[in-house]
Structure formats: structure tokens, C-alpha cells
Design a protein around this ligand. Structure first.
Ligand code: Q46
Ligand code: ZN
Ligand code: ZN
Length: 315
């Protein structure tokens, strides 16, 4: 298999783009895909300070690496969730983030918030004391992560929070929302979520890259990452939709990309419009009528205390 650009030995076949690329051309291509998304969706400029949400996984570390190589002011932000479940998930993922800095970008800044050390409990204990958890701690975890990221971004004056969501993630969510006709979510699912009422701007520079491409990128760049998924992600419904889309992609290369990018284009052109109840905000509540939490100052509709602050009231 030969590289479409230089005729050298190709290491990856990008069926959906009809491209086969050697290592050097693939690394350039992946980086320019991110840069083009940043420009196309007007995510940020080189003058902006960014907070990159890193989990120790391939997508977020690939994103941080790409942004630093492109010269952006990108600081990392890792939240230690206190998840062990017999595989030391949080300890290993945190170690991967530190290893990335030491081995690839010793000048980079990594912020770490340790949930148990700072607030007294990790996600598994919090989920046990909270009705949202009901055995699956992901609802509580999502709330906690959104709140802490937003706090750090706001307190540090960052222009945006960048996350490593890739095209597979976005297409799976889109399929799920479409099958359930979740109009509020379909109206809002986007590569950029604008800043509003105390909620930081959020951007996803890898939305045009497939998951296998970010995996190939980290491998070729020699970036070590945590291979295990969070133990609580097993059986997640998003994985089911990803598998469906991967089957489709096998039969029809480019199907995932078309599904997602054509949705964005059609909505931007006004060819499709969605209206519906607004999706969850930072505390998991409707964003209309927001006021400030009396304890932390973040937006809430829940009365004087936001959902995050109320979490810590329960035992
Ligand atoms: S980290 Fe948290 Fe995820 Fe683990 S507990 Fe669920 S939400 S699965 S991305
Ligand atoms: Zn080449
Ligand atoms: Zn609060």
C-alpha cells in the first residue's frame, strides 16, 4: 500500500477520504484536520488561552498534543475521580497525563483536581449517596466534571474548554438523539457551544476525525495512554450506537462522516430546524431562568444551591 502523497509506504488507509498515507503525511494530515475544524467553526485563535480536558485516554491526549504542536496556548486539566474498581483506573489515567507532559511537552501546564482530596469523596462514594447514581455513577460523574471544568475555566479566565470528542462520539450521540427525536439536543449538538450565563465556551477540534485516526495518531507519535475504558462505561448505550455505525461504515465507507457533517451543514443552512425543551445545563437542569448558586456562584435553576453543591450536603 503506497502513500497517496509521496509514494512511500502507507501506514493507514482513510477509506472515507480515498487517501492512503505514510507516517509523516498522516501526522500532518491529522494535525491539519484539527486546525481546519478550529478555523471552520471559529473555535479560537492563537491569542486565546485554552483549557484542554484530559482523561489520560487517546483522544484527549491526541488533542492536547496537536494543539501544542500547532502553537496554541493549551493547558491541560485532569480531574481525578477516585475510581479504582480493581484496575486502579483513576491512578493509571492520571499517571498517563503526567507521563505525556514529561515525555512530550515538559513545558506544558497540567492542572489536577483530586475530587476525594478536595471535596472528601470520589465518584463511587458520591454515587452511592445520591439518587442520580442508582448504581450507575455516570450521571453524578458528568455533573461533577462539568461543574469543576467550568469553575476552573471561569476562575482562570480561559477562553474555552477543549474536549477530545471525535466524529464517532458525535455521530453516535446524533444517532441516539435522532432515533429518539430529542429535538432540544438536536438543536444544540455542535462543535462549539458558546459561552453563556456563567457557562464557559466549549469546543471540540477533533469532530472531523474518526476514533481510529486519533488512535493511530497517538500510536505514531509514541503517546502512551490508558487502554482501559472507565469500568463504569461498560455497556454504555453510546457504545451500542458506535457499533451500529461501524457496521454501516464497513458496508459504506464514509457513512459516519456523511451522517454527522451533513447534519451540521443542513442545520447551519436552515434546511432542518429543531425546537424542543432545552437540554441539561451544567447542573443537569433547564437553563431558562438561571440564577447564581449562593455557595459557588455557578448558574442554577435549583434554588439557592446548585446541584453540585447540593451533592455534598447528602451523606
Ligand atoms: S468517567 Fe465518569 Fe465516564 Fe466513568 S463514571 Fe461514567 S461518566 S464512564 S466518560
Ligand atoms: Zn507520504
Ligand atoms: Zn454551587
Amino acid at each position: 500500500m503506497k502513500c497517496s502523497k509521496c509514494g512511500g509506504m502507507a501506514v493507514i488507509n482513510l477509506h472515507q477520504h480515498r487517501l492512503r498515507l505514510c507516517e509523516a503525511h498522516f501526522l500532518d494530515w491529522f494535525t491539519s484536520m484539527a486546525q481546519r475544524a478550529v478555523e471552520h467553526y471559529q473555535m479560537f485563535t492563537p491569542d486565546d488561552r485554552l483549557l484542554v480536558a484530559v482523561s489520560g485516554g487517546k483522544d484527549s491526549l491526541a488533542l492536547w498534543d496537536v494543539l501544542l504542536r500547532l502553537g496554541y496556548q493549551a493547558e491541560g486539566m485532569y480531574i481525578s475521580l477516585g475510581i479504582d474498581e480493581g484496575i486502579g483506573y483513576s491512578a493509571t489515567s492520571r499517571a498517563m497525563c503526567h507521563k505525556f507532559v514529561v515525555e512530550h511537552h515538559p513545558e506544558a501546564v497540567l492542572h489536577v483536581v483530586d475530587l476525594a482530596a478536595e471535596y472528601g469523596r470520589g465518584i463511587p462514594e458520591l454515587a452511592r449517596s445520591e439518587h442520580r447514581g442508582r448504581g450507575k455513577p455516570c450521571a453524578v460523574c458528568g455533573l461533577v466534571k462539568r461543574h469543576i471544568m467550568n469553575r476552573v475555566a471561569r476562575d482562570g479566565g480561559y477562553a474555552a474548554i477543549a474536549t477530545g470528542h471525535n466524529l464517532d462520539d458525535e455521530a453516535a450521540v446524533l444517532l441516539q438523539n435522532t432515533l429518539h427525536w430529542q429535538a432540544g439536543y438536536l438543536a444544540r449538538q455542535a462543535p462549539v457551544l458558546q459561552e453563556r450565563e456563567g457557562l464557559a465556551r466549549k469546543v471540540k477540534p477533533l469532530v472531523r476525525c474518526y476514533e481510529r485516526e486519533s488512535a493511530a495518531y497517538t500510536l505514531l507519535r509514541g503517546i502512551d495512554y490508558i487502554y482501559d475504558e472507565c469500568p463504569f462505561a461498560r455497556g454504555a448505550t453510546t457504545n451500542f450506537y458506535k457499533e451500529l455505525l461501524n457496521d454501516l461504515e464497513l458496508r459504506s465507507p464514509g457513512a459516519k462522516q456523511q451522517f454527522y457533517l451533513h447534519f451540521l451543514r443542513a442545520r447551519a443552512a436552515g434546511q432542518v430546524r429543531f425546537e424542543g425543551p432545552a437540554p441539561e445545563t451544567i447542573e443537569g437542569e433547564d437553563p431558562s431562568g438561571l440564577q447564581s448558586c449562593t455557595r459557588c456562584g455557578q448558574p442554577t435553576t435549583a434554588g439557592s444551591l446548585c446541584a453540585f453543591c447540593r451533592l455534598w450536603e447528602r451523606r
